[in-house]
Ligand binder design. Structure first.
Ligand code: GAL
Length: 291
């Protein structure tokens, strides 16, 4: 395949082997000259489950695919991405495992922890009915894995669904997640090894039902893009600014402009990617879900 010179938002994007990029709900890590794009691999058909409807066993197609695991793609130019494989695979042979295909694994994000020289992945880990509302953690010695699953829990004893990670310039890392039945976001400072909440946390956007948080920093201030709470259906994005990660946060309205802006171009935020070597330039990454 010839090298790509551009990418086309909203269209299927092929990797260097000619296959559609499978990195949904993703996030990008820049490390030692390479971009690593992690995301949900959904390269499988929707699952059909048998449900009792009006007293009869009826096949129902689920609105999501069975968990395959987290894919990683590498690039140096942001156009051409090479699949480095599934770096955290599902665990099909143990129905009780958090990574069993019937469970939920969404929005994986990876940071490099300089203190431990490990690559630390957090993701939304959930039961099939989304009631467990936990965060899962995995670690690796190399950015392309393999990642070792450490387990899942509720950070600061709070529910944790849509989530992201943020690494500040001072080396402090934060976990940001939709908590309290998706009504309020929690921002939790992480321990030095990035594996656990360190204690201090803040409730932000209280009772505002913000989801899909994506954070970035510009000129010393913190910015968040998020979506409203309408499941897989698109809605209007909002962005906000704060002087510290814990807030207070001020909303700035819809960051999108042009045709389709009122439904975020049919997308939902997952990550804001700062372009290395070009201060002040960012790419907002969105998923167009097709459940
Ligand atoms: C969305 C969320 C997705 C997924 C979906 C399930 O609001 O952003 O990541 O969890 O709900 O309905």
């Amino acid at each position: 395949m010839s090298l790509l010179q551009e990418f086309r938002p909203g269209q299927v994007w092929l990797d260097t082997a000619g296959n559609p990029i499978q990195a949904h709900g993703g996030g990008v890590l820049y490390h030692a000259g390479t971009y690593y794009w992690y995301g949900e691999n959904k390269d499988v058909d929707n699952e059909t489950v048998i449900q009792e409807i009006e007293g009869r066993p009826t096949p129902v197609v689920r609105r999501r695919v069975p968990v395959q695991g987290v894919s990683c793609y590498t690039s140096t130019d942001l156009y051409n991405w090479t699949h480095a494989g599934i770096v955290l695979p599902a665990v099909p042979d143990d129905p009780d495992h958090d990574l069993h295909p019937t469970k939920v694994l969404e929005r994986p994000k990876v940071l490099y922890c300089a203190a431990t020289r490990q690559f630390v992945m957090w993701f939304h880990a959930d039961s099939a009915d989304y009631k467990a509302a936990c965060a899962g953690v995995a670690v690796a010695d190399s950015p392309t894995g393999p990642f070792r699953y450490l387990g899942c829990f509720r950070p600061n004893d709070g529910m944790s669904r849509d989530m992201t990670l943020f690494l500040d310039d001072d080396g402090q890392a934060y976990h940001i997640a939709a908590s309290e039945d998706n009504r309020t976001l929690h921002v939790a400072l992480l321990t030095e090894d990035f594996l656990r909440p360190a204690g201090p946390f803040s409730r932000i956007f209280v009772d505002q039902s913000r989801e899909a948080p994506a954070w970035f920093k510009h000129n010393g201030r913190y910015f968040m893009v998020s979506s409203g709470c309408t499941g897989w259906a698109p809605n209007e994005a909002e962005y906000a600014v704060a002087d510290t990660p814990f807030g207070p946060w001020s909303t700035l309205g819809n960051p999108c402009v042009g045709p389709g802006a009122e439904r975020t171009f049919e997308g939902q935020s997952t990550h804001v990617l700062p372009i290395h070597g070009q201060p002040g330039r960012f790419i907002l990454m969105l998923d167009q879900w097709n459940p």
